[in-house]
Every structure is written in structure tokens, then in C-alpha cells.
Design a protein around this ligand. Structure first.
Ligand code: HEC
Ligand code: HEC
Length: 330
């Protein structure tokens, strides 16, 4: 409740100072969008949705979002109920391998299970020589890489090989996996022929099994609407004061006041670090506002994604990225 009150106050402040400038249509779309989501999340709806907004409302329909995703990635989107159906990866990870005769499919299961383990417990599975922070792949690719708009990787096997603007050449999926190790994991390359790489590839093939060649799952990657909105970033200068206030209220409870991450009573990390020595490095995608903003807006505070406005997510992301973090290849 307290959060809502603060949110509204800051939203008004923003408007007054004209700090974050969105094209008019986009702004109203965003506001409507966040109201819709906040009411879905059973938050007390702060502002009722007016009738005149209903036209913009349609644009936040899954079909509209899918169209934007298709444009962004150039691949056809498979609807959520189809892309995510079948045995859950959690169920598969508990699967005991049968003894005796096994089918070709069953033979693949242990490798997929190992890939799942690496994905969700990267520092422990790969060790400190490879991984240089406390993040797992699953810290950013939420819900086992299967959360719509939570950097989803459902269909990732169909995106590669492709031209990488960063590398200025065509790269394969193995190379792209290495890049998340070097940047987001602040670590080192892993062997391209080793068991860990094979396991991650098997895992990605498994979560992509309902997305045939030429397609990706609903909600692939990050939320396109917000990436569009982030174009205003050219003019965006985060106000660290507003960002800090919003961070303390909405994020610090889990990620710590110093962004150091949070431990539970048994000293297990439950929320990963956002900056400092144990966080992703300066080469990571999340070190860019245009990637961090849509992630934060759609997914954080954890369990309440969509409750922050894009403007608030911008201020918070600006505050998060104002702190030091490891350099790429120091
Ligand atoms: C700090 C957050 C973070 C961590 C940790 C992380 N990633 Fe990523 N990853 C990203 C972001 C951001 C993108 C780019 C998403 C986009 O542009 O839509 C990405 C993209 C990818 C892609 C390419 C997707 C595409 O369609 O091009 C792959 C593959 C990938 N990550 C695998 C991994 C693996 C494997 C790990 C663990 C070893 C990992 N990531 C850890 C943030 C992270
Ligand atoms: C209720 C606890 C909670 C709150 C509140 C919360 N987060 Fe998170 N956050 C998490 C958890 C848990 C993860 C990792 C998800 C996983 O491992 O499945 C995460 C992951 C992240 C990540 C990607 C991993 C990393 O460390 O870089 C970012 C960025 C992030 N949160 C930012 C924020 C911001 C910004 C806020 C405030 C708007 C916030 N979070 C609020 C729990 C929380």
C-alpha cells in the first residue's frame, strides 16, 4: 500500500517537471498498460480505466504484443498455450532414469537435467574459475528461461546462427552462450565441445521443443512495447534522487540497500546482486538502460511485474546503473 502511494506521488512529480518525455500516444498507452497490469496483480487500482482508453487497451492485447515481437525478432510467434505446453522442466528434473532398455528420447534426459542444473545454479555448477559473480542464467532468464517477457529463451535454438551487430559477424548459439558467460556471468568462456555446453544446448532444445524452425515462443526476450518507449532515452537523464527513493521502497527489501543481493535465514542467496563486485559486468546486456528498463518494468518487484510505470522503471534502472560494477575483460 505504501508503495502505491509513493508511486503516485513520484508519477506526478515526473509529469510536473516533464522529466521523461514520451510521444503522447505512447505515454497514454504506457499508463493504461501499467494500470491494467496492476489491477491484474490484485493491487488496489489507483486510477480507474476510462472508456476513452479502451482503444489503446486493445494494443496491449497478447496479439498486439506478439506482432511487435515478430517484428523485432523476424520470427513467427507461437501462442503461449502452445509454446509452453507439455512436461514442465521442473517435473523433468525430478525424473529418475529407468534402468534397462531406454528409448532415444529417454537417453537425452540426463543431459537436459544437467543443463537445467547449470542454468539455475551456475556459480556452483561451473565453479569460480569460470563464473565471476553470484548470478545464475536463471537470475535474468526468469522461470527456467520460460517466463514471457522475462528474457524468455523459448525458441532460442531457431535464432541462430545469425548476424551479431556486437560481434560484426555471423555467430552460432554456442558463441552467444559464451557471451553471457563472459559478460552477464562476469566470467570466462567455457569449452565449446565440453559437457556443460552440450548440456545447455540440450536444455535449450528441450525448452524450444514446441517452437518449430522459424518460430519463437510468446513473450520471447523482453517486452517490445517498452523497448520502443526506451527510445526516449536519448533525452533521459535519470534523477538519482527519485531513482534512489523508488529503489529503497520497491527493491531494497530483497536486493539490499547496497544492491548487494539478499540472503535468507539459511544464508542462501534468494535475490542476486544488482551492482558491485558480485554482479554482471559492464559488457552485459543489462548494463544498458534499453534492456534493463523493460526487464524491471515487466518483472520487478519480483512477483509484482507490471506495477511500476515505465518512467519509474527508467528512474530505478538509471539509479542501479549509476553504481560501479566489474569491467569487461579487466
Ligand atoms: C545479468 C543478466 C543475465 C544473465 C545472468 C544471463 N543472461 Fe543471457 N541474456 C541476458 C540479456 C539481457 C540478453 C539479451 C536479451 C534481448 O536482447 O532480448 C540475453 C541473451 C541470451 C541469449 C541469446 C538470446 C537471443 O535470442 O539472442 C542466450 C543464448 C543466453 N542469454 C544464454 C544465457 C546463459 C546460458 C546464461 C548463463 C550461463 C545467461 N544467459 C545468463 C541477460 C542475462
Ligand atoms: C520480492 C523480492 C524482490 C524484489 C522486491 C525485487 N526483486 Fe529483483 N529479483 C528477485 C529475485 C528472486 C531475482 C532472481 C530471479 C530468479 O532467480 O528466479 C531477481 C532478479 C533481478 C534482476 C536480474 C538479476 C540481477 O541481479 O541483475 C534485476 C536486474 C532485478 N531483479 C532488479 C530489481 C529491481 C530494480 C527491483 C525494484 C523495482 C527489484 N528487482 C525488486 C527478487 C526481488
Amino acid at each position: 500500500m505504501k508503495r502505491q502511494v509513493l508511486n503516485i506521488k513520484i508519477r506526478q512529480q515526473n509529469r510536473g517537471h516533464g522529466k521523461v518525455v514520451f510521444p503522447k500516444g505512447v505515454l497514454s498507452l504506457f499508463l493504461v498498460f501499467s494500470f491494467v497490469l496492476s489491477s491484474c496483480a490484485k493491487h488496489p487500482a489507483s486510477v480507474p480505466i476510462s472508456k476513452s482508453s479502451s482503444a489503446s487497451l486493445k494494443k496491449t492485447h497478447p496479439k498486439f504484443l506478439s506482432q511487435l515481437t515478430e517484428k523485432m525478432y523476424g520470427l513467427k510467434v507461437i501462442p503461449e498455450n502452445k509454446a509452453y505446453q507439455g512436461i514442465s522442466i521442473r517435473a523433468l528434473s525430478a525424473f529418475k532414469h529407468p534402468t534397462g532398455k531406454t528409448s532415444q528420447e529417454e537417453k537425452k534426459i540426463p543431459l537436459i537435467q544437467y543443463g537445467f542444473k547449470i542454468f539455475n545454479n551456475t556459480p556452483k555448477e561451473m565453479g569460480g574459475k569460470i563464473v565471476g559473480d553470484l548470478l545464475s542464467c536463471g537470475s535474468c532468464h526468469l522461470k527456467d528461461g520460460r517466463a514471457p517477457f522475462g528474457t524468455s529463451l523459448v525458441g532460442v535454438v531457431n535464432r541462430y546462427p545469425r548476424y551479431s551487430p556486437r560481434d560484426k559477424r555471423v555467430i552460432g548459439l554456442k558463441q552467444r552462450i559464451e557471451e553471457c558467460f563472459e559478460r552477464s556471468e562476469n566470467g570466462k568462456e567455457i569449452s565449446k565441445t565440453g559437457k556443460a555446453m552440450k548440456a545447455l544446448l540440450a536444455y535449450f532444445a528441450y525448452i524450444s521443443r514446441n517452437t518449430p524452425p522459424g518460430t519463437i515462443g510468446y513473450g520471447y526476450g523482453l517486452k517490445p512495447l517498452l523497448l520502443k518507449g526506451a527510445l526516449s532515452l536519448k533525452r533521459f537523464k535519470p534523477s538519482l534522487k527519485i531513482g534512489e527513493k523508488l529503489f529503497v521502497v520497491n527493491c531494497s527489501k530483497c536486493h539490499g540497500l547496497k544492491g548487494q543481493g539478499g540472503m535468507d535465514q539459511k544464508a542462501n542467496l534468494f535475490a542476486p546482486p544488482l551492482w558491485g563486485k558480485q554482479s554482471f559486468n559492464t559488457g552485459a546486456g543489462f548494463n544498458k538502460l534499453k534492456k534493463l528498463i523493460p526487464f524491471v518494468q515487466a518483472n520487478m518487484p519480483y512477483g509484482h511485474g507490471g506495477t511500476l510505470t515505465p518512467e519509474q522503471a527508467e528512474e530505478i534502472a538509471g539509479f542501479v546503473l549509476s553504481h560501479p560494477r566489474p569491467a569487461l575483460h579487466p
